[in-house]
Ligand binder design. Structure first.
Ligand SMILES: *Cc1c(COP(=O)(O)O)cnc(C)c1O
Length: 372
């Protein structure tokens, strides 16, 4: 058996503040770290219920959601929330269209396969932009719902929400959006675009600890789907969450600490002037970085990009080497890419508490690596 125990030195170093240019966990804000210092309290109390109801109100405001939406507070990573949403909203009688332009789109396909929900995948190549022309083939085909990862984090493509909204409206489909890596990074309006379910996760745009995922549901999908569906799951039955949230509670022990972090973060965002202000902040970092990498031997894909990350493509297959160099020599983490694209591509996130100086350091390292 190999030696798995960390040396004292490794143990000391493993959490020493690396700079995180990763999309999640992201570089946390100082005020979140302050919240994390405190003891996690007991939660079946009126005080905690109040915090939860406040969380719900602030989230609906930040997401531009209708007042009669409900929020499911799930203690699960984003994929758990994706699965729970599909299970609760659809069944064998449905016919879903999945925009599948990368590994997150493929995850929706897998979920539907496991739960025997009929679907068709609209497959996109790694450099292919989703357009109206793609959707034309899927008009009036009896689809009941659309599943999309609005920002497909694998490639970095940000799909056109307005185009998808119009398509769903024309075809009278439920519109389910995994907004995990676009919420708080790009503009997001749940009500305006007729979105029936929005899935987000604590460790991405919110820059909190992992463990909390939120599903915001429209009144329409609650009444027409969720309350009518019988599902075979104890932990993920939304009907139970709907009952409990009325009194500001969840059916099971939630990630109490992350819910305190959420309360603090939403208050900060609202004080800042709302989600547009946070999006501006992210966009500034994003624009700064993209402008400064012009002239380096890299290129970006040509489809529309989210402000959350910059998907850098190198001219040679050096991505893994560059990733390891930054991690091991500089304590800087960028996001590697799995699968096929991984050899020549890394992603640099703009969502955490990073400043222009941090990006300058990263760019200097890129230059050093390319010996420019
Ligand atoms: C990060 C992410 C998820 C969730 O991944 P988990 O590891 O389960 O939290 C889902 N969809 C998208 C688009 C993501 O970026």
């Amino acid at each position: 058996m190999t030696q798995q125990v960390l040396t004292d030195e490794e143990n000391k170093n493993r959490q020493v503040d690396a700079k995180l240019f990763t999309v999640g966990p992201a570089q946390m804000y100082q005020h979140t770290l302050e919240v994390r210092r405190h003891i996690v309290p007991y939660f079946r109390t009126p005080e905690f219920s109040k915090l939860m109801l406040e969380n719900k109100e602030m989230l609906l405001e930040t997401m531009d959601a209708a007042d009669d939406c409900e929020v499911m507070f799930l203690t699960a990573s984003g994929s758990g929330a994706m699965e729970a949403t599909v299970m609760n909203c659809f069944d064998k009688e449905d016919k879903l269209l999945i925009i599948s332009g990368g590994t997150f789109g493929e995850r929706f396909e897998k979920i539907c396969e496991i739960h025997s929900i009929p679907f068709t995948a609209l497959k996109l190549g790694h450099d292919e932009e989703l357009t109206e022309t793609h959707l034309e083939a899927y008009e009036n085909q009896g689809f009941t719902g659309l599943l999309v990862n609005l920002h497909e984090t694998y490639t970095g493509q940000l799909y056109n929400v307005e185009m998808l909204h119009r398509y769903c409206e024309r075809n009278k489909m439920f519109f389910i959006v995994d907004a995990i890596s676009t919420f708080l990074c790009d503009e997001y309006h749940m009500k305006k675009y007729g979105i029936d379910a929005t899935i987000i996760s604590s460790q991405k745009g919110l820059c909190l600890s992992p463990g909390l995922s939120l599903v915001v549901l429209s009144r329409r999908i609650i009444e027409e789907k969720i309350l009518r569906n019988q599902i075979t799951s104890l932990y993920f039955d939304f009907k139970d969450y709907l009952l409990n949230i009325k009194r500001g509670q969840t059916p099971f022990t939630p990630c109490v600490g992350v819910l305190f972090e959420l309360n603090d973060m939403l208050r900060h965002i609202i004080q800042l002037g709302g989600s547009e202000k946070r999006v501006e902040e992210v966009k500034k970092r994003c624009d700064y970085f993209r402008k400064k990498i012009c002239g380096l031997p890299v290129h970006l894909p040509s489809f529309p990009l989210s402000n959350a990350i910059t998907p850098i493509r190198f001219e040679k297959d050096i991505a893994m080497e560059f990733f390891a160099y930054l991690k091991d020599e500089k304590n800087i983490m960028v996001n590697p890419v799995g699968g096929e694209l991984g050899k020549c591509s890394i992603r640099v996130a703009h969502i955490g508490e990073l400043c222009f100086d941090d990006y300058d350091i990263l760019i200097e390292e890129m230059k050093h690596f390319f010996q420019m």
